[in-house]
Design a protein around this ligand. Structure first.
Ligand code: G6P
Ligand code: MN
Length: 441
């Protein structure tokens, strides 16, 4: 069996230990020759990397494991690149969330002005990283799940139009499917969804039973109305995520046609959400106080003990398992179905060809084969065209260094929808991001 070389860009992430465990767990199905962690933050990465060394020595001694801050060492001879960078770290995420909230507007890492701010930061570093990767591994598959995925995907579409081995993907639609399986009492692999939208802004039109073809959406609608909606791994989730999943019930009461992606709450109830978010303690604070603390503390305990035995809080996780399955579908030409961000070209018939949309696709070694959903109803088309314009204007602003385009991007965003507020928030974001953004004139 061929062994694959893989690098994780953003190796110092809180998600990396879960990936390392999942790689160990899935080594028979997806054997690695070499696994490298790459990060520009040597301090964070060394904690995760030292943990990884101990873990791999115990569970995966046949694979080469190391971590580095050196580009050549990271990108040489790779088959797969997993990209999970967070430009500016949680400190900048905190500002993405808090600056808009100070003005009564949604503060979120991927939606609204926060997503815009993060988008401009990510775009610059993602483009640079991909040029670096291509210098050393011209044929590696690049699986990008760095946020904000919608804006990053638009940027990469423009910068690398001929590179067919960059795949933008998010696990949230899959998380929603898994949550449905919890409610239905079945395995998520028994479900066959149909989905359309943009990243973090989409809907399931059907959730079929893979075997019988029965559409389970009516049943799910009734179950959600009766019991509400919980993430599959509800027991491991922070409060804010439980509230987010809980909003699906409300979304389906108001818009019963389809099952929504959880992120739709920000676009459809912007005032309500902005009022219910705490401007002094946002998700970034919650992550720093929970996942970040837990992961780094546990890694340090393991490093001091010199063994992972007896420490069980870091475990394989659904997110990592999902991304490894994506890689396997490419590596083994399995043509499994995933919900992927692709250039539209008719997948959603009445949206523009050059929009980066999120739909079901079969995925094999020649890339994704998106499935068509036909025309979408006027309500959804209106919402998505509006947001697509906002995302495209964000990338126009990036390339043109245009303050005007940035202002237009924020003004047209449903979470803002007001030019005066957009200008105030934009000016504050420019100040906060001056070390990261291109100059907007
Ligand atoms: C979901 C989203 C991702 C997001 C992740 C973690 O999986 O699809 O885009 O990064 O949640 O969010 P958190 O708030 O826990 O850092
Ligand atoms: Mn996502």
């Amino acid at each position: 069996m061929k062994k694959y070389n893989l690098v994780i860009v953003g190796g110092g992430s809180t998600f990396t230990p879960g990936f390392l465990k999942s790689f160990c767990h899935m080594k028979e199905q997806f054997p690695l020759g070499k696994l490298v962690l790459f990060d520009i933050d040597a301090e964070r990465q060394s904690v995760i990397g030292e943990f990884g060394k101990i873990l791999f020595k115990e569970l995966y001694p046949e694979a080469v494991f190391h971590y580095t801050t050196d580009i050549a060492e990271a990108y040489q001879d790779m088959d797969f690149v997993f990209m999970q960078m967070r430009v500016g770290g949680y400190k900048m995420r905190e500002l993405d969330e808090k600056i808009p909230l100070q003005h009564g507007i949604i503060g979120q890492e991927t939606c609204g002005p926060g997503g815009f701010a993060y988008g401009l930061r990510s775009t610059k570093e993602m483009i640079k990283a991909i040029y670096d990767i291509r210098q050393y591994s011209p044929n590696a598959w690049i699986l990008n799940y760095s946020n904000p995925a919608a804006i990053v995907a638009e940027a990469l579409r423009r910068e690398f139009p001929n590179d067919k081995k960059i795949l933008n993907i998010c696990d949230q639609p899959e998380n929603v499917v898994r949550s449905c399986s919890r409610l239905l009492g079945c395995h998520f692999k028994e479900l066959d969804p149909v989905y359309f939208g943009l990243n973090h802004y989409g809907w399931f039109t059907h959730i079929y039973n893979k075997k019988t073809g029965e559409d389970l959406l009516p049943k799910l609608r009734a179950l959600i109305a009766e019991r509400g909606f919980l993430p599959q791994d509800a027991e491991q989730r922070d409060k804010s995520w439980l509230e987010t999943y809980g909003m699906v019930k409300q979304l389906m009461e108001d818009f019963p046609d389809y099952l929504p992606n959880t992120y739709n709450q920000y676009y459809l109830y912007p005032d309500y959400k902005a009022k219910h978010l705490d401007p002094n303690f946002t998700r970034a604070n919650e992550v720093m106080a929970s996942r970040e603390k837990r992961v780094f503390e546990e890694c340090k305990v393991i490093i001091n003990a010199g063994t992972t035995k007896g420490y069980i809080n870091i475990h394989e996780d659904a997110h990592a398992e999902f991304m490894i399955e994506v890689a396997m579908s490419i590596a083994y030409n399995k043509n499994d179905r995933f919900i992927i961000i692709v250039e539209n070209y008719g997948a959603i018939n009445n949206l523009p060809d050059d929009g980066m949309v999120e739909v079901v696709a079969e995925l094999g070694s020649n890339g994704p084969k998106p499935m068509r959903v036909g025309n979408i109803p006027t309500f959804y088309k209106g919402l998505l065209e509006n947001q697509l314009a906002s995302e495209k204007l964000a990338i126009d602003a990036y390339y043109e260094g245009s303050y005007q385009k940035a202002l237009e991007s924020l003004t047209i965003n449903r979470t803002v929808n007001d030019a005066k507020k957009a200008r105030i928030i934009l000016d504050a974001l420019i100040e906060a991001n001056k070390d990261y953004w291109p100059e907007l004139k």
